[in-house]
Design a protein around this ligand. Structure first.
Ligand code: SF4
Length: 216
């Protein structure tokens, strides 16, 4: 059965499919996102690459296979996470996103976040991290969950290295694996705290959950 969140995401994907707000629409098929929103887990990468654009799905190819291995490591199925990117269309030659492109495409991502209402939002790589955390280096804060202000709400953001970076460096791959292993602990901790208080996570105070997260 398709739920309200799935329908809203599908409607948004239909808008993304016809978007021409920036020149990137000329670079092939957009990738709106993939995965179920019901677990309220969200993962954000940078932009589709060639293979993603051809298939219309995020994280295919070698980086996608590594991501699948990482999900297996923590007994999570890929489709239990809603995965998307900062940009929905592919930049030419896989160059870095331009600030104006990020700004123009941002309302789509913001709406996706609103719909999914993630209890944990995982950013992959520097560009996704920078959308939520200012003046930080991924080498210094990877694997450290933190609350960030987002419009009138707060999001729990876990910045991780991008799988493509892990493919280029075994050192980063080890770090990414170690950081991935923290995901279930963070979720368990949030669930435990929510059950104890009989409240949803969103009703907890920042201090409550910060205390829980100190153990990571
Ligand atoms: S990248 Fe984003 S803003 Fe640009 S055309 Fe695609 S969907 Fe529209």
């Amino acid at each position: 059965m398709t739920g309200k969140k799935e329908r809203s995401l599908q409607q948004l994907a239909e808008k993304i499919a016809v978007c021409q707000k920036c020149p990137l629409f000329k670079n092939g098929r957009p990738v709106a996102g993939q995965g179920q929103p019901s677990k309220r887990l969200m993962m954000i990468g940078e932009a589709p690459g060639y293979h993603e654009s051809v298939q219309g799905h995020p994280f295919v190819g070698r980086a996608g296979r590594l991501l699948d291995d990482l999900f297996t490591l923590i007994n999570l199925k890929r489709d239990q996470v809603f995965i998307t990117n900062i940009l929905k269309h592919r930049p030419p030659n896989n160059r870095d996103p331009l600030p104006q492109e990020v700004k123009t495409c941002r309302p789509f991502l913001d709406q996706q976040i609103k719909i999914v209402n993630p209890r944990l939002l995982i950013t992959l790589g520097r560009f996704a991290m920078e959308k939520f955390i200012d003046n930080a280096k991924i080498s210094q804060i990877h694997g450290q969950a933190r609350w960030v202000d987002w419009f009138d709400e707060r999001l729990l953001v876990l910045p991780l290295y991008h799988p493509a970076a892990a493919l280029r460096s075994n050192f980063i791959k080890d770090l990414l694996e170690k950081d991935f292993l923290k995901i279930n602990n963070i979720l368990d901790s949030l669930d435990k705290k929510g059950k104890e208080e009989g409240n949803s996570l969103n009703n907890q105070t920042k201090g409550d959950v910060d205390d829980q997260l100190k153990i990571f």
